[in-house]
Design a protein around this ligand. Structure first.
Ligand SMILES: Cc1cc2nc3c(=O)[nH]c(=O)nc-3n(C[C@H](O)[C@H](O)[C@H](O)COP(=O)(O)OP(=O)(O)OC[C@H]3O[C@@H](n4cnc5c(N)ncnc54)[C@H](O)[C@@H]3O)c2cc1C
Length: 486
C-alpha cells in the first residue's frame, strides 16, 4: 500500500502528529501494533500537564514542555477533552529539599514558566491542610494542569480521521528500509511504501530508529506503578503534590484526576521487557511508603485499581525529535518519556512543519471538524438529563452504574471516527468500567452492545489486545464438545 506519510505509533505523540499533518494536502496513515489508540505509555501515566520547571534549560524537554503546556488549554477546549489547571506544589521535607526548590524555581524562570514562588510552611498548610505537617516549604506552580491523556489521544485521532488520516491497528512494524527515494515499512502481513516515515513508537523508538539509521542508540525501559483511589466529592488535595525530583524522575506524586479520583504514584524501576506492565507487591509498597511522606493520612482502603506504565528513557537523557540524520524522509519523536504528554502538541507542531517542508506540501483549504462530543451524562444536571433522554431514549438506560454511563454514550463511542472496538476501548472513551466495581457489573452488557454494533458474536469480543476474549464459547458448544469426547 502507498501513502505519502506513514506514522508509526498511535499514542499521544503519533495522534498529535497525525492531527497536525492532516491539515496538509497529503495522504497520511497511522500504524499501530496494538488494537486501539493510546495502548502504550499514553494510557498509563500521571496525566499531569507539567508547567516546565523541571527540565534542564536548553534541552528539547524544556522547550517542548513549555510550548506544549501553552497549547493545552485551547487544544482541549477545541476537542472537548477534560483539562483542569489545578496548580501544583513541590514540597520540601528537609533543608536539602529547600535548596532543590530554589534550583527548580530558577530553572523554571529560565525555561519561561510564569507564576512560580516559594511558600513557607504556614501558608503551605493553609493551602493544603492534609499535607505532612513536617513539610518545611514548597514551590507553588500555578500553571500546572491535569488532563485525561487517552481521551485527548482519542479526540486527536478522530480529528485526524475526519480530515482524511487512515488508522490501521494490530500491525507491528518488523522492518524499515529504503525503496528507491521512498521508505518501505513492513509488518508481518503488509508492506507500506511512503515518501516520509515518522517514528512515534514509544517503547520501540530505539529499535525502529536502529532499523532506519546506522547511528544506533539504546533505551532503558522504566516502569512506574500507581494506585487509583475512588472518586469522592471531597478529595484531600485540590492541587497536584510532588515531592522533590531525583535523577530517577519526578518522584511519587498525589494528584486529583480530571474525573475526581486521586492518583498516587509512580515509582521507577528499570525492566527488561517494555511490555511488562504488571504491578507488584514490592513496587506498590514502595509507592505507598513514599506517598505517606506527602500525606500521612493516606490509606489504601479506598483504592479501586492499580496499574503501571513504562517510560522510554533514552540514553541521551533528552527527547529525540526531528529528521533522522543522514536518512532523508525519515523523522522521529522518540525517547519521549515525561514530560512527553505535556510536550506532544509542541512536538507535533515542529514535526509536521518539517515533514511539510520536506514534501513541499501545501495546507488544505478546508479543515473538517470532528463530530461534537456530548457532555457526559454523569456531569449533566437533571434538566440536561431529561433533555438527553428525550433526544435519545437510550440515555435512559444506565449501563455502568458506578460512573452513570448510558447505552447511548456507549453506542456513540463505537460510532466515533476511530471508534471503540474492545471493552477497554469503551472504558477509556466513556468511563464504563472505570468506577468502584471496575466493570464487574457492566462488562457483559458492554460486550453485548459491542457485538451488536460490530456485527460479530459475543465470543469474538475482546477485553483489549490480542486474544483477550471474555468468553471461550457457548454452554451449548461446551456440552457438544463433551458429548463428542473432544
Ligand atoms: C509512569 C509514567 C508517568 C508519566 N507521567 C507523565 C505526566 O504526568 N506528564 C507528562 O507530560 N508525561 C508523563 N509521562 C510520559 C508520557 O506518558 C509519555 O511521554 C507519552 O505517553 C509518550 O507517548 P508516545 O505516543 O510517544 O508513546 P506511546 O504512548 O508509548 O505510544 C507508542 C505507540 O507505538 C506503538 N508501537 C510500538 N512499537 C510498535 C511497532 N513495532 N509497530 C507498530 N506500532 C508500535 C505502541 O503500540 C503505542 O501505541 C509518564 C510516563 C510514564 C510511563
Amino acid at each position: 500500500m502507498y501513502t505519502d506519510i506513514l506514522i508509526i505509533g498511535a499514542g499521544i505523540t503519533g495522534t498529535a502528529v497525525a492531527r497536525a499533518l492532516s491539515r496538509y494536502d497529503a495522504s497520511v496513515c497511522v500504524l499501530d501494533r496494538a488494537c486501539d489508540i493510546a495502548e502504550g505509555a499514553t494510557k498509563a501515566n500521571s496525566g499531569i500537564v507539567h508547567a516546565g520547571y523541571d527540565a534542564k534549560p536548553g534541552t528539547l524537554k524544556a522547550r517542548y514542555n513549555v510550548r506544549g503546556a501553552e497549547l493545552y488549554a485551547s487544544l482541549c477546549e477545541a476537542l472537548s477533552v477534560p483539562y483542569l489547571q489545578c496548580g501544583a506544589l513541590v514540597i520540601a521535607l528537609s533543608q536539602t529539599d529547600t535548596d532543590t526548590l530554589r534550583l527548580l524555581e530558577e530553572r523554571g524562570k529560565q525555561n519561561g514558566v510564569s507564576g512560580l514562588r516559594i511558600v513557607g510552611r504556614d501558608e503551605l498548610l493553609r493551602m493544603e491542610p492534609n499535607l505532612n505537617p513536617e513539610a518545611v516549604a514548597a514551590l507553588e506552580v500555578p500553571t500546572s494542569a491535569i488532563v485525561s491523556p487517552y481521551e485527548l489521544a482519542f479526540a486527536m485521532a478522530d480529528d485526524a480521521a475526519v480530515n482524511g488520516t487512515r488508522f490501521i491497528f494490530n500491525e507491528e512494524v518488523v522492518s524499515i528500509g529504503r525503496c528507491g527515494q521512498n521508505w518501505q515499512v513492513r509488518t508481518a502481513d503488509q508492506s507500506f511504501e511512503c515518501r516520509a516515515v515518522v517514528n512515534c513508537s514509544g517503547a520501540s523508538g530505539a529499535k525502529l530508529h536502529n532499523m532506519i539509521s546506522d547511528r544506533h542508540f539504546g533505551m532503558v525501559h522504566r516502569r512506574g506503578q500507581y494506585y487509583l483511589l475512588d472518586r469522592s466529592p471531597s478529595q484531600p488535595f485540590s492541587r497536584t503534590i510532588f515531592q522533590c525530583p531525583t535523577k530517577w524522575g519526578k518522584g511519587v506524586l498525589i494528584s486529583p484526576t480530571v474525573h475526581g479520583n486521586l492518583i498516587v504514584g509512580p515509582n521507577a524501576e528499570d525492566i527488561a521487557d517494555p511490555l511488562d506492565t504488571e504491578t507488584t507487591a514490592s513496587g506498590l509498597a514502595e509507592v505507598l511508603s513514599k506517598a505517606v511522606l506527602t500525606w500521612p493520612g493516606l490509606s489504601a482502603r479506598t483504592n479501586i485499581t492499580n496499574f503501571s506504565g513504562v517510560r522510554a528513557h533514552p540514553e541521551t537523557d533528552d527527547f529525540i525529535v526531528g529528521p533522522v540524520a543522514g536518512c532523508p524522509g525519515a523523522f522521529e519523536a522518540i525517547g519521549i518519556e515525561s514530560p512527553g504528554l505535556s510536550s506532544a502538541p509542541a512536538i507535533a507542531e515542529d514535526i509536521s512543519r518539517q515533514v511539510a517542508v520536506f514534501l513541499d506540501l501545501s495546507r488544505k483549504e478546508r479543515v473538517v471538524l470532528p463530530p461534537g462530543r456530548e457532555k457526559p451524562f454523569c456531569s449533566m444536571s437533571d434538566e440536561e438529563r431529561k433533555a438527553a433522554v428525550a433526544r435519545n431514549p437510550l440515555h435512559g438506560r444506565i449501563i455502568c452504574r458506578c460512573e452513570s454511563v448510558t447505552e447511548a454514550e456507549i453506542r456513540a463511542a463505537i460510532r466515533r471516527p476511530v471508534g471503540a472496538r474492545t471493552v477497554d476501548g469503551i472504558k477509556r472513551r466513556t468511563r464504563a468500567g472505570m468506577g468502584r466495581c471496575q466493570g464487574g457489573f457492566c462488562s457483559p452488557r458492554v460486550a453485548s452492545i459491542l457485538a451488536e454494533e460490530l456485527g460479530c458474536s459475543l465470543a469474538e469480543v475482546t477485553k483489549g489486545n490480542g486474544n483477550s476474549r471474555l468468553l471461550s464459547g457457548t454452554v451449548g458448544d461446551f456440552l457438544k464438545a463433551g458429548d463428542s469426547g473432544d
